[in-house]
Ligand binder design. Structure first.
Ligand SMILES: [Fe+2]
Length: 380
């Protein structure tokens, strides 16, 4: 085994950990915080709680919530201008993947200049970012843990992947109590996103023993506890989903993702689709496509999903994929592409754009735009 590198932020995990936000900000030298969230979260009451916590700590803040789902490049630039205009010194965000990725983009542009589009791809950030404290409101995107930020380039209508060690926040505060206010649809979309992170990280070309423990554990937790959490909303089960999302993020941040996410980014960029609704459609088909290159790895996933192994790795892998398909169907989510793509004629363009996505580099099997068309046609 060669030398491994594994990056994670400092993590506060557990019910009530939100209360440490002010203390964390102070520790990072905050005087005036740039606080990013989205309008949808304002009704939940969590934003007001953070305001109170910051007040108690005697901290000033600028609140920015002009963030849409699938955050746009211009929203980042507007945020970065405000950050500099008000002389902020720490970036804080509470939210799902969109405000968190936007917060990273704002921290990036405020410190490195230019446009967020200039940094698309891997390792293109030169200067250090301001300290970042992230509080995820869903158990999925993993942006609070990861080296990734996904921002939509509005001109090209494509989601850009920006990947850099410097995008890992300083502190992640994971409070499972925040999941209590989530709708059934959001809980499912978040959990299946985390599941796809774990599956893609597990079979990634750059997976390592340090990422594999986290990817397999995340798969086990989501398969077992999502149905229970949907049924009874108990804090014990929601906490398991938070743990799963965090584990999946530790895996994918260090092992990257694959073909399912390359296509999901392309679909999301062009159609503004909810990211978490795409994976139940694509993931099983992508696993079948990858099977010849990583049968043993998919068999490990199958063993976790099935709770046993069958007569051969191939049999376990195939049965595991089928079990996952049944699992997605049992959740009542869309499982055909036609359910979310209004017009089939956009598929060639979506597949072409996906070939430029950085996530494709770590997919275990090479894929051309034609290969992706076959995958899309298979699940149409
Ligand atoms: Fe994702």
């Amino acid at each position: 085994m060669g030398v491994l590198k594994f990056s994670v932020p400092e993590i506060f995990f557990g019910r009530g950990s939100l209360k440490y936000t002010g203390m964390c900000a102070r520790r990072l030298g905050a005087e005036k915080i740039f606080f990013v969230s989205d309008p949808g979260l304002e009704k939940s009451g969590w934003i007001d709680q953070v305001f109170e916590i910051l007040d108690k700590e005697g901290l000033k803040w600028v609140y920015y919530s002009d963030i849409s789902p699938n955050p746009r490049d211009w929203q980042i630039e507007k945020g970065a201008l405000l950050y500099k205009k008000h002389g902020c010194d720490v970036v804080l965000t509470l939210g799902g993947g969109s405000p968190m990725d936007a917060a990273k983009g704002i921290a990036l542009v405020a410190s490195n200049g230019g446009r967020v589009n200039d940094y698309e791809g891997a390792n293109r950030i030169q200067l250090p970012l301001p300290p970042m404290i992230f509080i995820p409101s869903t158990a999925s995107s993993g942006s609070d843990i990861s080296q990734f930020a996904i921002i939509t380039d509005m001109e090209r209508q494509v989601k850009m992947s920006i990947i850099s060690r410097t995008l890992v926040p300083n502190i992640s505060i994971v409070d499972p109590a925040l999941l209590v206010t989530k709708s059934r649809e959001l809980l499912i979309a978040a959990a299946v996103d985390a599941l796809s992170h774990a599956v893609e990280a597990h079979v990634s070309r750059i997976a390592s023993p340090m990422t594999e423990v986290h990817s397999l554990k995340a798969i086990e937790l989501i398969v077992k506890y999502l149905p229970l959490a949907l049924e009874n909303r108990s804090m014990d089960h929601l906490e398991k989903l938070s743990m799963a999302g965090t584990s999946a993020a530790m895996a994918f941040s260090n092992a990257s993702l694959g073909l399912d996410h390359a296509l999901a980014h392309s679909l999301g960029g062009m159609l503004d689709a909810v990211h978490g609704t795409i994976h139940p459609i694509l993931l099983p088909q992508v696993m079948r496509y990858n099977l010849s290159e990583c049968t043993d790895k998919i068999a490990q996933i199958g063993e976790v999903v099935l709770g046993r192994s069958l007569e051969s790795p191939l049999a376990t892998a195939l049965a595991g994929i089928e079990q996952l398909e049944g699992y997605f169907q049992s959740l009542g989510v869309a499982t055909r592409l036609r359910d979310i793509v209004p017009d089939r004629s956009v598929l060639p363009q979506i597949c072409k754009m996906a070939t430029y996505d950085s996530c494709l580099l770590s997919n275990p099997r090479k894929a051309t735009a034609e290969d992706m068309m076959q995958i899309c046609n298979g699940v149409w």
